[in-house]
Write a protein that binds this ligand. Structure first.
Ligand code: CAO
Length: 454
């Protein structure tokens, strides 16, 4: 038996994240990939798996400790093959839940549904009196609650640090969470996030001087069913809301002639039939976008918000995110260093990331670092749409289904396969003329990839 140190693996951009749960104790027998602790940042909570099988000799972290990649979690008496290969890479941490990323600037005075209202909860009989709620009270340390209460709070979108615990030593109980939810739903109290969004004390949209949201008793008009939104939907909804309200976005529509490129793609797929790699138009779009981003670098930038907002950060790497539709909602995996990869490698990574996305197995690292995003509805249909920029990026390309169209070649109409492109851009960073040039260049490359060499 060898004594091994189990360390926090690569957890993407997350550093100094708090340990919120210890899932094992000394003496416990654990398997490889079994979760040891749960950590939580402002962006995500995730379980950190064990790199080895064995018996926990000592836990090196306590609840509330901060850990980063490489921090030692536990000492393990490793067993069997696992002990012989202590350098084996630990599995990526499983994302349990992704919380809304912290806003890059002060919260906008926008209306958003109360976090707790997103869940349907029937009032629990005999719920405890949790006392007056003060949304301005600063959070004090980690809330004292069991894992099951934390899980419930996460599912309901309840900020646990704002719930007053009625259990022993202020421990938060299930009833406390339910009572908090009921009170927010009834409008009797406000979460801190709501209070921040409505600094003038207004409700939905009040801070923007908007009319209140219409209240309609839908059941009066016919049968209804209430369905809770998935966690991903709630998170992406809050992000989309911020991005839609805070970015002065404009969308340019254009078409690219991909007749020859499509013929090449089909030929390529025939040649690589046995390899199992399938090339879709998205792989070519990623390469074409990299070329356009290199020619027009401001599209591959972000506003330097932390530096005062009066400069651009131009990124000299090209990581392309792509929107993936999953049963639980929209996620955006990222193809890293797309400039250094060929079409076949990109196609393979696309397929792997899309599969992981559908299975809910993407790690935070696989969803971070994008410099530009493509949202392709090409496999589904549609003509054009207006995608919302994925802040802090400054542009996003929407793509719809290509179709054969009659195109005038100067003498006659000829059938050409035309791909609809919709480029949304941040007008603070990009001008209309630059956007039109970006789209035109993208169209030229898609029509003839040899132009990338020029
Ligand atoms: N025009 C015509 N056909 C297209 C096309 C296009 N622009 N893009 C893809 N296709 C075809 C593919 O060639 C494939 O055809 P075959 O099955 O005959 O080979 C079919 O459509 C399905 O493609 P796909 O969707 O499986 O693959 P993809 O690489 O194009 O896309 C992924 C992968 C993960 C991006 C996609 O599955 C997906 O989730 N798209 C939805 C993204 C989304 O929801 N965006 C909206 C965000 S805003 O709410």
């Amino acid at each position: 038996m060898a004594l091994v140190e189990v360390k926090v693996p690569d957890i993407g951009d997350f550093k100094d994240v708090a340990v919120i749960e210890l899932l094992v104790k000394p003496g416990d027998r654990v398997a490889v990939d079994q979760s040891l602790i749960t950590v939580e940042s402002d962006k995500a909570s995730m379980e950190i798996p064990s790199s080895h099988a064995g018996v926990v000799r000592e836990l090196k972290v306590a609840q509330g400790d901060k850990v980063s990649e490489g921090s030692v979690i536990a000492l393990l008496e490793a067993q069997g093959a696992a002990a012989a290969a202590p350098s084996a890479a630990p599995a990526a941490p499983a994302v349990v839940e992704v919380a809304a990323p912290a806003p890059v600037v002060a919260p906008a005075p926008v209306a958003a549904p109360p976090a707790a209202v997103a869940a349907a909860t029937a009032p629990a009989a005999g719920a405890s009196d949790v006392g007056a709620h003060d949304p301005t009270r600063p959070p004090v340390g980690l809330p004292h609650a069991s894992p099951s209460v934390r899980k419930l709070a996460r599912e309901l979108g309840v900020p646990l640090e704002e719930v007053r615990g009625s259990g022993p030593k202020g421990r938060i109980t299930v009833e406390d969470v339910q009572a908090f939810t009921r009170a927010v739903m009834a409008g009797e109290q406000t979460t801190r996030a709501q209070a921040a969004r409505a600094p003038q004390g207004g409700g939905d949209g009040a801070a923007l001087g908007l009319l209140p949201w219409p209240k309609v008793d839908f059941a009066k008009f016919g049968p209804i069913e209430r369905q809770a939104m998935s966690r991903i939907k709630k998170i992406s909804g809050a992000n989309l809301m911020r991005n839609a309200v805070m970015i002065p976005a404009v969308t340019n529509h254009d078409d690219a002639d991909i007749t020859e490129l499509e013929a090449f793609r089909l030929q390529l797929n025939k040649e690589h039939e046995k390899s199992g790699v399938k090339v879709t138009m998205l792989a070519f779009l990623i390469k074409a976008c990299v070329a356009a981003l290199q020619k027009f670098p401001e599209f591959n930038s972000s506003i330097d918000v932390e530096g005062g907002g009066d400069a651009l950060i131009l990124k000299r790497y090209w990581h392309i995110g792509f929107a993936a539709d999953t049963p639980n909602g929209l996620v955006v995996p990222v193809i890293k260093n797309a400039d250094q990869k060929g079409i076949l490698q990109i196609s393979q990574e696309l397929a792997e990331l899309a599969k992981k996305a559908r299975e809910g197995k993407l790690s935070p690292a696989e969803m971070s670092g994008a410099t530009f995003t493509i949202s392709s509805l090409g496999g589904i249909g549609g003509r054009y749409f207006t995608p919302i920029i994925n802040a802090p990026e400054v542009a996003i390309l929407g793509v719809c289904k290509a179709r054969m169209e009659p195109v005038w070649d100067g003498q006659q109409f000829v059938p050409r396969l035309m791909l609809p492109l919709s480029l949304t851009w941040d007008h603070r960073v990009i001008d209309g003329a630059a956007a039109a040039r970006f789209n035109a260049y993208l169209g030229q490359i898609l029509a003839d990839f040899r132009r990338v060499l020029l």
